[in-house]
Design a protein around this ligand. Structure first.
Ligand SMILES: Nc1nc2c(ncn2[C@@H]2O[C@H](COP(=O)(O)OP(=O)(O)O)[C@@H](O)[C@H]2O)c(=O)[nH]1
Ligand SMILES: [Mg+2]
Length: 201
């Protein structure tokens, strides 16, 4: 049988969590860039007496993008409603990092974005990038400054303005994230000199 080489050629995948406040653009981000049909678990939002007029993700969105022949990014969008917050920890397990989407059309959601960011930072010391969505004509410089301040973002965390409906913008966000991963690896202590202990050969 000539299947051995095929079995050995193992391509890697990495998990990227896409999070942010309700309606910020998480599902759109994943739909814009994913190469496969996005698996979404959206339901109508129940807002008490009013009729449902929008949809929200109740468990997760899942999408996938190939970075090169050896690496695929698996994108997991978090649910927005508080009663599904238990999903955050499940989705965060083993993540390479996360994208936080801020909503420039609703500056009051910044406090919520900050709380969400803190939740993921507490789970793992991983690289992240902040994407400011729905800028729609607002001054980018001001937005970048105010969002960084509002989130209490450390200078090492990159932040950019994007329209997540645009493929090039989402690509730019993912490239910024991957560069942050490289920076993060550079900052880690180098690999210890392995001299055979513990190796299984
Ligand atoms: N004006 C504007 N609307 C956007 C933008 N990105 C997404 N939306 C809209 O915002 C709504 C919520 O987006 P969605 O991706 O479902 O948000 P989620 O709750 O974070 O998953 C949808 O109706 C999108 O079409 C943007 O850049 N500008
Ligand atoms: Mg959603």
């Amino acid at each position: 049988m000539a299947t051995q080489n095929i079995k050995r050629r193992r391509s890697r995948s990495a998990k990227l969590v896409v999070t942010g406040p309700f309606d910020a653009g998480k599902t759109t981000f994943i739909r814009t860039i994913s190469q496969m049909t996005v698996l979404s678990t959206e339901r109508d939002v129940s807002t008490g007496a009013s009729t449902p007029d929008s949809r929200t993700t109740v468990a997760m969105d899942f999408g996938r993008i190939t970075v090169d022949s050896d690496l695929a990014l698996h994108l997991y969008g978090t649910p927005g409603q508080q009663r599904f917050e238990f999903m955050w920890d499940i989705l965060a397990e083993g993540m390479l990092g996360f994208v936080l989407i801020a909503d420039a059309a609703r500056p009051e959601s910044l406090a919520e974005a900050r709380r969400i960011r803190q939740h993921f930072v507490d789970i793992a010391d991983v690289p992240s990038v902040v994407v400011i969505n729905k800028a729609d004509g607002q001054d980018p410089g001001t937005l970048l400054e105010e969002t960084r301040t509002g989130l209490g973002l450390p200078s090492r965390v990159p932040i950019l303005v994007a329209d997540v409906r645009e493929r090039d913008d989402v690509k730019a966000a993912l490239l910024t994230f991957l560069n942050a991963v490289l920076d993060h690896l550079r900052d880690q202590p180098g690999p210890s000199v392995a001299t055979g202990t513990g190796g299984t050969g």
